[in-house]
Structure formats: C-alpha cells, structure tokens
Write a protein that binds this ligand. Structure first.
Ligand code: NAP
Length: 333
C-alpha cells in the first residue's frame, strides 16, 4: 500500500514537471516569436530583394508616386518625409502651421528633385469630420503610394488624467485616434482601386503597458496598434501593405519635458538617425520599432510581468513630472 502511494506521488510529481516544462517551452516560444518575427522577416525581405526586379526594389514603383505624411513640419513626420523624398517620392505635407509647412517644403525641394504639396489641416479642428473631406478633395488625382499617419500629440508633461486640461485631452483623442481612423477609412478604398499602396501608422512602444501620468496618450497608441493589426488581417488578401511603426523615445520636441531624452543617448536616437532606419523598414515587415536599439528595449521590457512594468512606468513618469515642474518653478523665479 505504502509503495503504491509513493509510486503514485512520484508519477504526479513527474507529470507536474512535464507540464511545467511544456508551459516553459510555450512561454519561451511565444517570447521568441514575438521578438524575432520582425528581424527574421526583414532578413527574408533583404535576401529576396537580391532576386527581385527593380519593380519591387524601388518603393515608388512598388507603391505609387506620392507619399502623404501627416504631422510633417517637425520631428519624425518631417524627417520621414525627407527620407521618402530621398527615395524619389513626391511628398504631400499635412500639418497645421502654414509657415512651417512652407519652410519644410522649401527644405525638401532644396535637397531633392521632387514635387512637394502642402495641405494645412488642424486635426484638432472642432469642425470634426469635414476636415477629412477637405483634405481628400485636395489629394484628388494624385497616385498616393504611401500614407504615413504620423500626427500625434501628448500633454505638456506627464500628468494624471484628472489634472490635464479637458481641452488637451479632447484634442489628443482627435489628433491621435480620430485622425488615423479617418485617414485609413478614406485612403484604403483609393489604394484598393489603384491595386497598390502602403499605410504606415505611427504608434509607440510605450503602449506595452498602461501608463499612469500618460494614460490617454498611451491608450491612444494601443488603439493604433490594434487598429493596424486588425487592418492587416482585413487586407491580407490584397496588395496593400499596412505597417505599424512603434518607436520608443526619439529626440523630438514632443519630449521637451524630459532632460534625459532630450540629451540623447544609446537608446534615444536623434530624429535623422531614427527615420533613416525606420524608412528602411518600409515594405519589409508589418510591425517594427523602426530602430534596432528600440527593438532590444522592447525585448527586455517584455521579460517583466505587465503589472510590474506598469508600476515601474508610474515611478519613472512621476520622477520626470516632478523634475519638469521643479525646473519650471526655477525658471519663473
Ligand atoms: N518622439 C518620440 O519619442 C515618439 C515616440 C513614440 C511615438 N512617437 C509618435 O511619433 C509621432 C510624431 O511624434 P514627434 O515626436 O515627431 O512629434 P513632434 O516633434 O511634436 O511633431 C509632431 C508633428 O505633428 C504636427 N501636429 C501636432 N498637432 C497637430 C494638429 N493638431 N494638426 C496638425 N498637425 C499637428 C506638428 O506640427 P507643429 O510643427 O505645428 O507642432 C508636427 O509637425 C507621434 O504620433 C508620436 O506619438 C514619438
């Protein structure tokens, strides 16, 4: 009887060990799949490019002549537009400030022999949906090869939802969420008719956990991730390319509140370097941080449990907020 009980226990123990090993294997497989899928796809595309003709290698031939970039008078949008111009695309700049639009257009045409169109649009315009009718009326007749839904905003500094001015939150939802939704809604039928085209939606790798003091911004970026992933599934049988570009921190004016980011560093590239890498990823992978060091960051962050990540980010964002407010106070003295 005693030996029978011991044998049974030993078998249960062995079974539990096998179950744990299997669980471990599944977790490791899932982790490797999530983190190595993009690098492997990029490698595959680079290898295939050697055998494919010019028709495929040239982004203009593959997708179409014009690229539309929203939020393209500064930061990532402006430099993404410059990189596309370098690859031969004519560019449509869409942003709110006419003077900055004209300056950016002049900057691009002074370096690249392409056409540039400017469309002044404020994505927080209280008139709502009508701005998209007006924008698309101005795009009529152009072969749009690439749409970059880059426009985005956050609050002046990390802050709790109930302390951010209502107006800022309202604008954030319209600029970050409504714009990408409506731009995709209107552009996809046009690209389907053309039989080709690429849409790049700019999210953020900060969306890997809910973020206290950045709640609405990060939630809007999670929306962009899921929207883009779902569009990829909806359009998988078409010739359209839908890409999620989710950077970590890049040195742009959006991060003016953080000295650490604005000082640059190993994980904080300047915007020129970042966009040069990011545009190279276009057409190679459905999802990318755009920059290999950001890929490493995401892989490390993914090792921690979600709850722990959320607590860490709350600590970091609170520190950044306090540092920013202290500096503001000193400036006012
Ligand atoms: N920088 C980062 O670390 C980082 C990280 C992850 C994701 N991202 C995402 O990358 C995208 C670009 O960010 P960024 O850092 O390059 O920002 P940025 O330097 O602040 O540039 C934002 C661009 O959008 C324009 N814009 C802002 N509000 C607008 C509005 N209501 N209507 C029309 N245009 C408007 C700005 O115009 P003005 O020139 O008039 O301001 C500017 O051209 C955003 O979606 C952001 O969430 C950035």
């Amino acid at each position: 009887m005693y030996t029978l009980a011991v044998g049974l226990l030993a078998n249960i123990y062995l079974l539990a060990l096998y179950a744990l090993a299997l669980l471990g294997l599944l977790v490791v497989f899932n982790y490797l799949y999530e983190n190595l899928r993009s690098p492997l796809l990029i490698l595959k595309e680079l290898t295939l490019a050697v055998f494919r003709g010019d028709e495929y290698r040239s982004l203009v031939k593959r997708f179409g002549k014009w690229a539309v970039v929203t939020g393209s008078t500064d930061g990532i949008g402006k430099h993404y537009a410059l990189e596309l111009a370098k690859r031969g695309f004519n560019v449509v700049l869409v942003a709110r400030n006419l003077c900055k639009l004209e300056q950016t257009a002049a900057e691009i045409t002074s370096v690249h022999n392409i056409e540039v169109k400017c469309i002044q649009t404020d994505f927080s315009d209280k008139r709502g949906k009508v701005i998209y009718e007006e924008l698309f009326a101005k795009l009529e007749g152009l072969e749009i090869g690439v749409l970059v839904n880059n426009v985005g905003m956050m609050s002046e500094y990390p802050e709790k939802v109930h302390s951010i001015p209502e107006e800022v939150l309202w604008n954030m939802v319209h600029v970050n969420v409504a714009s990408v939704t409506m731009m995709c809604r209107k552009m996809i039928p046009i690209m389907l008719k053309q039989g080709k085209g690429a849409i790049v939606n700019v999210g953020s790798s900060t969306d890997t956990q809910p973020t206290a003091n950045g709640a609405v911004y990060v939630a809007s970026k999670k929306y962009i991730r899921y929207l883009t992933n779902a569009l990829q599934l909806e359009l998988s049988s078409t010739n359209l390319t839908i890409q999620l570009l989710s950077p970590f921190f890049v040195v742009t004016k959006m991060n003016n509140y953080s000295r650490t980011v604005m000082d640059g560093g190993f994980f904080f590239p300047n915007v020129e370097k970042y966009t040069a890498f990011a545009v190279n990823m276009l057409g190679k992978t459905p999802e990318t941080t755009g920059y290999w060091k950001h890929g490493i960051q995401v892989a490390f962050v993914g090792l921690l449990p979600l709850r722990l990540r959320a607590i860490f980010t709350r600590m970091i964002s609170t520190d950044i907020k306090n540092d920013y407010l202290q500096r503001q106070k000193k400036r006012q003295l």
